[in-house]
Design a protein around this ligand. Structure first.
Ligand SMILES: Cc1cc2nc3c(=O)[nH]c(=O)nc-3n(C[C@H](O)[C@H](O)[C@H](O)COP(=O)(O)OP(=O)(O)OC[C@H]3O[C@@H](n4cnc5c(N)ncnc54)[C@H](O)[C@@H]3O)c2cc1C
Length: 420
């Protein structure tokens, strides 16, 4: 008997099957053409049934697609199942880079951009925002190529798997660069909130880690681009102290899993993620949620969450606050303007976590909080509709209906949110 297929965290057991690993785009097209229900899965780092299907599950990890850099266009085209860590290593070796990375390099490119996955940085949009092209196998098995000027590209990148099986992704790239990462401890909350914009802007990428208790933010991670010149303004972190050695954001976890700290410069892909490719990221047995609020509401939203610490902190491993530049992708959590991400790594106490999600969503509802598509959420928030949160929601729904009228790629998740 084979083990049941689960998400990376074990938080969902897939109902669909069989699991197939096509090696060519032609094979993917034949599979989709002959299937009543089918869905692509990535590296399964989402936490719920987003990637599930009542039918065949298609993993793209064995797709034989070469990685092609176009130096003139400044793009790289890569197979859908390639993990960011592998893509980044190859890009750096060839003298190129991406603008950002998520906290972990273990995730596959097509699954990552399908959910608007992001890192942190005032000037850094999410990973989906630099997609310049997609090759997609549609519901009838037809292979479509969406280039940078195709009006459907902005609708399709954050596609939640609803528009087809992506087989190739093209990303914008830039010349490689070095980053130095430093960690500060115990930043007083009044400084963190009083100077929020200055702190989040004090490095290329800034993350605040907190459990929402006490008078101070536990850790501030700052990642400086070496080519930007200075290591940044330390005075802005008044009251905090530099960490004396490596730290892990989750209390009790081994910092050996984390990327190099201490201000030592190194390649972008070995500093921008928090976790190293060869180690288990984060904690492993965990759940996650995240809501993204407009930058202008960040401080008020954080204050609302601090007011919930009695209910939230006992279930928490750690929270992370990040900034993400806006984009124009229809279902991106940063559609229409800059956002701040309020993330929760939960202990694996599913029922208790699910009970607190609506409480958080009610507290964040006044701030137009959009839940991360790949993490646990209850809904669009108290008194809110998805249309309130996403101006192109009805257009996205209409496009899904037109591209997949028979619901080949539909699943329970899409029906729950009303996209199918
Ligand atoms: C430890 C950990 C750390 C994380 N850190 C971050 C972070 O820093 N920032 C952040 O924003 N998120 C983060 N996440 C969330 C994660 O990035 C997202 O859930 C992301 O979608 C995972 O990519 P995946 O390949 O595992 O996708 P999956 O979970 O496998 O799939 C996600 C969606 O993509 C679709 N999909 C996958 N492949 C294809 C394809 N080829 N064609 C069409 N659709 C496809 C699936 O059908 C599904 O709808 C983290 C998750 C974990 C477990």
């Amino acid at each position: 008997m084979t083990d049941a297929l689960t998400t990376w965290a074990g938080s969902h057991t897939f109902r669909g099957g069989p699991l197939v690993h096509p090696t060519s785009v032609t094979e993917v097209a034949e599979l989709v053409a002959g299937a009543q229900h089918v869905r692509a899965i990535g590296s399964r780092h989402s936490f719920h049934d987003l990637a599930d299907s009542p039918g065949t599950l298609v993993a793209l990890d064995r797709l034989e697609v070469p990685t092609v850099v176009d130096p003139d266009a400044r793009t790289v085209t890569v197979g859908a199942g390639v993990r960011y860590g592998e893509l980044a290593r190859d890009l750096h070796a060839a003298g190129w880079a991406l603008h950002t990375m998520a906290s972990l390099p273990h995730i596959a490119v097509a699954g990552t951009v399908a959910t608007a996955t992001h890192g942190s940085g005032d000037a850094s949009p999410n990973l989906s925002a630099v997609v310049r092209g997609l090759e997609v196998v549609g519901a009838g098995g037809e292979v479509r190529v969406l280039g940078p000027d195709d009006p459907e590209l902005a609708a399709s990148v954050v596609g939640l798997g609803a528009l087809g099986v992506v087989t190739r992704v093209t990303f914008a790239i830039q010349p490689t660069y070095d980053v130095a990462q430093e960690v500060w401890l115990d930043l007083p909350w009044d400084v963190a909130l009083g100077r929020f914009d200055a702190i989040m802007g004090s490095a290329y990428s800034v993350s605040l880690f907190t459990d929402w208790t006490g008078d101070a933010v536990g850790q501030v991670w700052r990642k400086h681009r070496v080519d930007a010149g200075t290591l940044g303004d330390d005075a802005v972190l008044a009251g905090a102290r530099p960490a004396e050695g490596p730290v892990h954001p989750v209390p009790g976890q081994d910092p050996a899993a984390c990327t190099q700290q201490g201000g030592v410069p190194g390649p972008w892909h070995e500093r921008l993620p928090h976790f190293r490719l060869e180690f288990t990221p984060s904690a492993g047995a965990e759940l996650q949620s995240e809501w993204l609020v407009p930058r202008a509401h960040a401080v008020a939203a954080i204050e609302a969450l601090r007011g919930l610490s009695d209910q939230v902190s006992p279930l928490l491993m750690i929270s992370e606050i990040r900034s993400i530049a806006g984009d124009d992708l229809w279902l991106s959590t940063a559609h229409g303007g800059d956002r701040v991400g309020l993330h929760f790594t939960w202990q694996p106490r599913r029922a208790e976590v699910e009970a607190v999600l609506p409480v958080i969503e009610a507290a964040l509802a006044p701030f137009d909080a959009r839940p991360h598509w790949g993490k646990l959420f209850a809904g669009p928030g108290a008194g809110r509709t998805w249309q309130d949160l996403y101006p192109r929601w009805d257009d996205a729904r209409a496009l899904i209906e037109r591209c997949d009228p028979a619901g080949v790629f539909a699943n329970d998740y899409l029906r729950r949110v009303g996209l199918h």
